[in-house]
Ligand binder design. Structure first.
Ligand code: SF4
Ligand SMILES: [Zn+2]
Length: 322
């Protein structure tokens, strides 16, 4: 069954919420484990801007974007507003400093439509107080702009790219319009430019049977390690875009639950062999189905603990699977 064209995937979506391009979606702070086991005080700013052109079948990031290009000046204004809130958020979290700034724009940082050229310098200036700045980008959009932005920053640049899965056939059906070779070439380019790499890997990837999910997450983590990633973030696939519900009806997608996420995180940590940090971004655990009410809290606690310690552990539950 061929991958439907982007227009068909978009046609199944519910209406897109409207957003003010001059306001960020939100700011969070957390402690993130680095590849050496160190705790890194981090802030994530969720920016509002232009939608990504790729239209992957599993994507829900379009909900946080606007129609049309990001207006020039909007992203620096959003970042300024977010940074004003940071001291209060750090105080609430009991943190006395913030070393890492993640600028996630629900699209591609190096797409000129999403991040206007003229905004790179003001963004870099606003980010001058951070030792590390992380932005997200599709591998096919990794070009000269990455190095230029890295040179503008006072801290070190890290680019987060979605590998999604190392399963070649599933990857080719996701609508990502990328092969493993293209991913590897972009990773090589980042390395040559002295830019660090973070990799997004899906849990609950469509077209991979449920009982093979953990195996392919582990293989994806090994792939990320081979191309020099510093860390891997596991992303549970969230339904609701219409296309995933269509695929679920065909038996090609099953929403991941907490038990699978926990199993994949433990397996990913084992596969990493302490060569890179593997974790689940903590901010949307609430949206992942429990599978079983009896063990929801225990599984969330296990995932948070594995994020913190990097040590695999699994919850035992008599009411659902092991
Ligand atoms: S490349 Fe990323 S932002 Fe773009 S459609 Fe795919 S998942 Fe969404
Ligand atoms: Zn249970």
């Amino acid at each position: 069954m061929p991958t439907p064209p982007p227009a068909a995937v978009r046609a199944l979506r519910p209406p897109k919420p409207t957003h003010d391009p001059w306001l960020p979606q939100g700011v969070t702070v957390e402690l993130e484990r680095g590849p050496g086991g160190e705790s890194i005080p981090s802030a994530t700013v969720f920016l509002t801007g232009a939608e990504c052109p790729f239209t992957c079948v599993f994507c829900d990031l379009w909900r946080y974007t606007i129609d049309g290009p990001t207006p020039a000046g909007a992203l620096p204004a959003q970042l300024r507003a977010a940074l004003e809130r940071l001291p209060g958020l750090l105080r609430e979290a009991g943190l006395d400093r913030c070393d890492q700034l993640k600028l996630y724009n629900a699209s591609n940082f190096f797409d000129r439509r999403a991040v206007p050229e003229a905004d790179l310098e003001p963004i870099a200036r606003l980010a001058a107080g951070f030792r590390r700045v992380v932005v997200e980008c599709h591998p096919r959009l990794v070009d000269d702009r990455v190095r230029r932005f890295a040179e503008l920053l006072r801290g070190r640049l890290e680019v987060a790219m979605g590998l999604e899965t190392a399963h070649p056939e599933a990857l080719s059906r996701l609508g990502k319009q990328m092969t493993l070779e293209q991913f590897d070439r972009a990773a090589e380019r980042l390395r040559a430019d002295g830019v660090d790499l973070r990799v997004f890997v899906l849990v609950g990837v469509p077209f991979v049977p449920a009982d093979e999910q953990a195996k392919w997450v582990a293989e994806s983590v090994r792939h990320a390690a081979r191309v020099g990633a510093r860390s891997v973030a596991l992303i549970p696939v969230r339904g609701g875009n219409g296309e995933l519900e269509r695929l679920a009806g065909l038996g090609l997608f099953e929403p991941p639950d907490l038990a699978l996420l926990e199993e994949c995180l433990a397996g990913g940590l084992r596969a990493a062999e302490a060569s890179l940090a593997v974790q689940v971004d903590p901010w949307d655990l609430d949206q992942v189905a429990a599978g079983c009410d009896a063990c929801r809290d225990a599984r969330v606690a296990a995932i948070r603990e594995m994020n913190r310690t990097g040590k695999p552990r699994l919850t035992v539950c008599g009411d659902c699977r092991g």
